[in-house]
Design a protein around this ligand. Structure first.
Ligand SMILES: Nc1ncnc2c1ncn2[C@@H]1O[C@H](COP(=O)(O)OP(=O)(O)OP(=O)(O)O)[C@@H](O)[C@H]1O
Ligand SMILES: [Mg+2]
Length: 251
C-alpha cells in the first residue's frame, strides 16, 4: 500500500500479536466418547488466560492435549505459529511448554532440590546448569528453606509451589497449570496466585490456567468458559458477570 499523505491517514493500528498458543477446531475422544468439541482458543504472548467450567466438562482433557498426552482426532495445536500436533510431550517441553498437572506432582522420595533439578530436563544440554536461579526463591521463598527436605514431607501448598517452580526451571514460554489451588488452604492460595501473576508480569511468560477460585480467576487477563467439551463464553475477566460465574464456577 502506498501512503500518499500520511498526515491525512488515520492513526496506524498495529496488527494484533501472533498468539503464542493457538488451538483450532480441536476434537478429542476417549475411545468413542467425544470429549472436546470444536474448541478454539488463543493465548497471546505475556497474557494469562483462565479456562473455567464445572467438573468433568473437559478442562484437563484440553490441557493434556496441549501437552501432547492426548492426540486430537481433528484440529490443531500451534505454538508460536508452528503446528505441534505430532510432537511428544518431551518435545513440547523443550519447545517451551511447562506443565503442572492436576494433583500433587512432586516426587515424594526426592528432595526439594532434586525435584527442582528435574525441571532442567526441559532445557537443551548446552544451557543446563545445576544452579537454582534466585528468582525461583523470590517467587517461592519457602522453598529456599526446604531444599534438603523430601518432597513428600511438604504440605500440599508447598508441594504445589514446588511443582510450579520445577516447571519454571525449564524456562517455559507457556506455563500450563491445572487447578493449582485444589485442596489448598486459603492463605497459600493467595501466595500461589500472587506468584503466578508475578511470573506473568516480570518474565513475560504466558499462562494457561484451569482454576475454580474466583479471586484467582480474576487475576487472569482473559477467560474461556467450557460446557460439555465446548467453549460457550469468553472475554476479558474484568467483564466476568455474576451469571457466568454462577454457571461455570463451582462457587
Ligand atoms: N482416561 C479417561 N478415559 C475415559 N474417560 C475419561 C478419562 N479421563 C476423563 N474422562 C472423561 O472425560 C470427561 C472430561 O474429563 P476431564 O478430566 O477433562 O474434566 P475436567 O473438566 O478436568 O474435570 P475436573 O473439574 O473434575 O478436573 C469426563 O466425563 C471424564 O469422565
Ligand atoms: Mg480436571
Amino acid at each position: 500500500m502506498v501512503h500518499v499523505n500520511d498526515s491525512l491517514m488515520p492513526p496506524a493500528i498495529s496488527d494484533p500479536p501472533m498468539p503464542l498458543l493457538q488451538i483450532n477446531n480441536l476434537n478429542v475422544y476417549y475411545g468413542e466418547s467425544h470429549i472436546l468439541r470444536n474448541v478454539d482458543m488463543n493465548v497471546l504472548p505475556g497474557k494469562m488466560v483462565c479456562l473455567i467450567g464445572r467438573n468433568g466438562v473437559g478442562k484437563t482433557t484440553l490441557l493434556k492435549t496441549v501437552m501432547g498426552l492426548l492426540s486430537p482426532r481433528l484440529g490443531t495445536v500451534c505454538l508460536a505459529g508452528q503446528e505441534i500436533n505430532r510432537k511428544t510431550p518431551d518435545q513440547r517441553a523443550r519447545l517451551g511448554i511447562g506443565y503442572v498437572p492436576q494433583g500433587r506432582d512432586v516426587i515424594p522420595r526426592l528432595t526439594v532440590k532434586e525435584n527442582l533439578i528435574l525441571g532442567l530436563e526441559a532445557l537443551t544440554k548446552r544451557s543446563k546448569t545445576q544452579q537454582i536461579p534466585e528468582e525461583i526463591f523470590e517467587l517461592f521463598p519457602v522453598l529456599k528453606t526446604m531444599l534438603s527436605r523430601m518432597g513428600g514431607d511438604l504440605s500440599g501448598g508447598q508441594q504445589q509451589q514446588l511443582a510450579i517452580a520445577r516447571a519454571l526451571m525449564g524456562q517455559p514460554r507457556l506455563l500450563v497449570l491445572d487447578e493449582p489451588t485444589e485442596g489448598i488452604q486459603p492463605s497459600i492460595i493467595l501466595e500461589i496466585e500472587a506468584a503466578v501473576r508475578r511470573i506473568v508480569e516480570t518474565t513475560g511468560v504466558s499462562v494457561l490456567l484451569v482454576e475454580q477460585h474466583l479471586h484467582f480467576v480474576r487475576q487472569a487477563d482473559w477467560y474461556y468458559a467450557m460446557q460439555k467439551g465446548g467453549i460457550v463464553a469468553s472475554g476479558p475477566t474484568r467483564e466476568l458477570s455474576n451469571e457466568v460465574i454462577q454457571r461455570f464456577l463451582a462457587v
